[in-house]
Structures are given as structure tokens and as C-alpha cells.
Design a protein around this ligand. Sequence first.
Ligand code: ATP
Ligand code: MG
Length: 365
Amino acid sequence: MTTSATATASTASTASTAALTAGTSDRTAQDRIDDPSSHRVLTGDRPTGPLHLGHYFGTLQNRVRLQDQGVEMFVLVADYQVITDRDIADRLAEHTENLVLDYLAAGLDPERATIFAHSAVPALNQLLLPFLSLVSVAELSRNPTVKDEIAHSSQAAVNGLMFTYPVHQAADILFCKADLVPVGQDQLPHLEVARTIARRFNERYPHADGSAVFPRPRALLSDAPMLLGTDGGKMSKSRGNAVALGADEDATARTIRGAKTDADRRISYDPVGRPEVSGLVLLAALCQDRDPEAIAEEIGDGGAAALKRTVIDSVNEYFRPLRARRAELAADRGHLRQVLREGAERANAIADATLAEVREVMGAI
Ligand code: ATP
Ligand code: MG
């Protein structure tokens, strides 16, 4: 999965252009969502550590953009999914609060976005049972994201929750009948499972009038669908290769200085041939809202040191306001918990209604 990894962005200046994709086909690009009120967005993150620049340019920026366009937004903290690839959810409460902190600092507004932890919404989790009956074990075992996460898992043996992860994610998306899901590229196979489950459920259990219960959700990719980390692999919370959104400027500089590059002093933007160097160029380009080619050209023969200086300055400058907001918000942990409580209340009302509808079409009353 990480081979196509790199930044597939053609230009950073088109970073405002989102690619709407329905699995591997039906790919269209558009700047604005037509008729925002006809859409519902769901996305989420695992509370496994602080959000990083990959989250920001991969999905968070798109979430804020959609929220600001007036699309109804659900953002979930996928706390049960933490224990797909590790035995114990370490410092879960702290990581959960910090996710909310990152969301608010990035511009998600709890008045307009429902932010909640999925473990606090029992009816959402109950959807897992009928959904599990709609996919085969073979389909789950060949899911490329599951395979990649198993490869990076810290567990001695793969647990059952790992294989049902995409089905759980389908429940996350479909409980609120979301039709748009801003995610990174690694999530596309999971999205495909959610689409399959929605289709099969609708075929098997239509309403009496023949109408469908669930929409078929579509992934919304940014132009940085797979930002690379300092080791040249997908930037990930759990892989020690990330620059955290909330990192201070010195820590940012240290992390970027340690990034892998290559021996060629001439800096170019070639995501396939030079993934590590190109990942850094792209990061500077995203922060400066410029073309990666122009950034590479400007650095020219300056080598990795000049490239890293540019990246460090670009990142620190771009994220300075977000980091300042984050520091202010961090003072009130009670507020973060309140956001989650209110979000869970709204999510529970919706999940209860969806579960009632599911039970009804299945004839379970
Ligand atoms: P973990 O290592 O714990 O799996 P992660 O960094 O992969 O953490 P997730 O919580 O699994 O983060 O992913 C949350 C969302 O962010 C998903 O939509 C995912 O596709 C997106 N995302 C994660 N990493 C990147 C990245 N490097 N580039 C773009 N999008 C990313
Ligand atoms: Mg992940």
C-alpha cells in the first residue's frame, strides 16, 4: 500500500481541489460541494497519539472546509479501534482529549460538528452484528489496509477485531447515513467495504416501498492523500515518524532534520523516483500553498540541508496560529470533555433511530 504512497499531488495550489472518489472508479474533482445541505460527512481518527501533519493535509483541512461550506459534520474518536493492533489502549482518556484539542485548534466547531467517541454510542456498535453477516471472511482477510496494519501491529498474534475493523468502520459511517468520508489513501479499501455493506444491506433489506436504508458513502481525498513520514513510509501516529500538529518549533525542527533523504544534492519533485525528498518538498509546498516543482527549483543544488531548512520554516510558520490556539484551548480540559458529552448525546439519538430502522426492515420487532 505504501508504494503508491507518495504524494500524488500535482500541485499544492490545487490543494483546495478535492477529489471525490467512489472506490477505484467514478473519480471526479471539484472545489465546492454542490448543495451542502444534501450531504452528511463522517470521519474519524484513532486515539493512539497526537494528530500529525498527514492528518492535517490528508483529511482535517478538508473537514474544516466542508464544515465551513455548511455540510453537516460528524467526527468520531475511534476508541474501540485502538485495540485492533495492540493489547491495551494506553492512556486512552488523555489521547482522546488531545484529539478533541487538535480538532478544535484546526477549526472544527463543536456547534456545527458532532464530535464523539464511538464507544459512547452503543447502537452504533450494535450495527456491527447485521453488517458482519454481509461480508465473507475471505473478503476481510484480503483487505490491503488490514494486511498493512497487521504488518505494523505491535501484537504477537492478530486478533479478531483487526479483521472486523473495516466492518466496524462501516457502522461508524452508516449509523449517521454519511455519504462523504474525507480520508487518507490508506482508508480506501475500508471505504470499499462500507460501500459493499451498504449495497448488500439495501438489496437484502429494502423498506416496504422498495427504498434504500443506507446511502453508498464516497471517499473524499485531498491532494496529499498519503503524506510521508521521516522514514519515507506513511506518516503515522504509531510509527515514530511524524511531526505532531501541536509540536513546538524546536521539536518540529529536530524531527524534520532527522528525515531520510538521498545523496543527490539537486532537489527535484519526483514522487515515484525520489519519494523521501519529494515528500519533504510537498510538505513545504502545502504550507506555502505553492507548486512543489517551484519549491524544488528554488532550492536547486542546495541539497538536503537547505531543503530541510525550508520545510522547517514553512511548517513552523504555517502552523503557528493553530499551535497558539491549541495552547489556549489546552488550559480547559473540562471543555474538551463537555464537547464529547454533547457530541455523544447527538450521536446517540441518531444511532438509536438508525438501529430501530435496521431492526424494522429486518423484521426484528
Ligand atoms: P495509527 O498509526 O494509530 O494507525 P494514523 O496516523 O494512521 O495512526 P489514523 O487514526 O489511523 O492515523 O487515521 C486517521 C485518518 O487520517 C484516516 O482518514 C487516515 O487515512 C488519515 N491519515 C493518516 N495518516 C495519513 C497520512 N500520512 N497522510 C494522509 N492521511 C493520513
Ligand atoms: Mg492508521
